[in-house]
Design a protein around this ligand. Structure first.
Ligand code: COI
Length: 363
């Protein structure tokens, strides 16, 4: 898809840009969005950048009834010398297509999606916040728009990208959070949709999260859906543990999301000469490591929070305090290194960042 095939319809009005203290996560949206339609027999068509606006959809659209939808999350950063960097966007759009495949949604062209995103960001460059720890969160998503109540894959879809200037995802930031190990509800099972980024996975996680909130825990630690013995994810993030000098993370088993930050953390740790193992980890093993004084660090990884250290795990009646409840050196170094690469402050040895050239001049 060539640049000129994306129609540009700029908004005559511009909203005021937020101040740092207003940011939070995912509450404020920019002036424009990207949208493209899919119609069976025609494929994806009519890519366009239009003013940010409500969607007008028939109440019978399949998205509202059977949840056929996928999404992604990535970020754009403004560097000190005013360049715009994306972090590994191709991995997000490749994963979007893996989610599409699982949800019977037609694939999008990865190069075209990146081009569309670059043009949208080019239009919205002024919205990228410049303060430490802030960025422009990018939410691409696809919804089933055929008006029909039968259960089958939709024959129509919309692919939309919206942008939101953000600060911290968790109010704790890089401070350790308290995590409740979830023994009743499960997030996903192998063969289900756990490795797809689809809305239903997040809807079905809310109940456990609500219970954790009531007990004043930040997130839940998800166990496997069959034996409820093996660790899978934490909240909406992947999870890592440092046990006796070795870093371990649950192996991708069909029910765990293949996180971009997860992959980046594994590469960085190996680059630093540390041992990283992707394998099954049981709660029993974690408890034994804790009792032996070998559970040195634990942290979640995700695009929103980057690194979220875990200071406490509650499993049944047993409370495990990790690294005295303070951020460990590996978590700290990973957070610092990844955010510095993302913001163009440190060399990028893996070529993870992609610069967005200013391709559209906006008055
Ligand atoms: C992330 O950690 O990046 C997520 O997936 C959270 C998102 C659902 C807000």
């Amino acid at each position: 898809m060539k640049e000129h095939t994306i129609q540009l319809n700029l908004s005559p009005e511009r909203k005021p840009k937020p101040q740092s203290a207003d940011l939070g996560f995912g509450k404020i949206f920019t002036d424009h969005m990207f949208i493209m339609d899919y119609t069976e027999g025609q494929g994806w068509h009519d890519p366009r950048i239009v003013p940010y606006q409500p969607l007008s959809l028939d109440p019978s659209c399949m998205i509202f009834h059977y949840g056929q939808s996928v999404f992604e999350g990535l970020k754009a950063y403004l560097t000190e010398d005013n360049r715009v960097l994306l972090f590994r966007p191709e991995r997000n759009f490749q994963r979007l297509n893996r989610s599409n495949e699982r949800l019977c949604i037609p694939a999008v062209d990865v190069d075209m999606a990146i081009e569309a995103l670059k043009q949208l960001i080019s239009v919205e460059k002024e919205w990228i916040p410049k303060w430490e720890g802030t960025s422009l969160y990018i939410r691409p998503f696809i919804i089933a728009t055929e008006p029909f109540l039968g259960v089958k894959p939709s024959s129509r879809y919309q692919f939309i990208i919206i942008l939101s200037p953000v600060g911290l995802y968790y109010k704790e930031g890089i401070k350790p959070v308290k995590i409740l190990v979830e023994n009743e509800f499960v997030r996903a099972v192998a063969g289900g949709t756990g490795e797809a980024k689809t809305a239903g996975n997040y809807a079905s996680s809310l109940k456990a999260q609500e219970i954790a909130d009531r007990k004043e825990y930040s997130q839940v630690l998800w166990l496997d859906g069959v034996e409820k013995k093996y660790i899978e994810e934490v909240g909406s993030m992947n999870v890592f543990f440092k046990i006796n000098g070795e870093v371990v993370t649950p192996a991708l088993n069909g029910s765990i999301l293949d996180g971009v930050t997860r992959n980046s953390v594994i590469q960085l740790l190996k680059h630093w000469g540390m041992t990283v193992t992707e394998r099954r980890i049981s709660m029993e093993e974690l408890r034994e490591a804790h009792q032996a004084g070998q559970l040195e660090e634990a942290f979640g990884t995700g695009t929103a929070a980057i690194i979220s250290p875990i200071g406490e795990l509650l499993w049944k009646d047993e409370k495990m305090i990790i690294n005295d409840g303070v951020t460990g050196p590996v978590s700290e170094k990973l957070f610092h290194t990844i955010t510095s690469i993302q913001g163009g402050k440190e060399p990028d040895p893996f070529n993870w960042t992609m610069e967005v050239e200013q391709c559209i001049e906006v008055k």
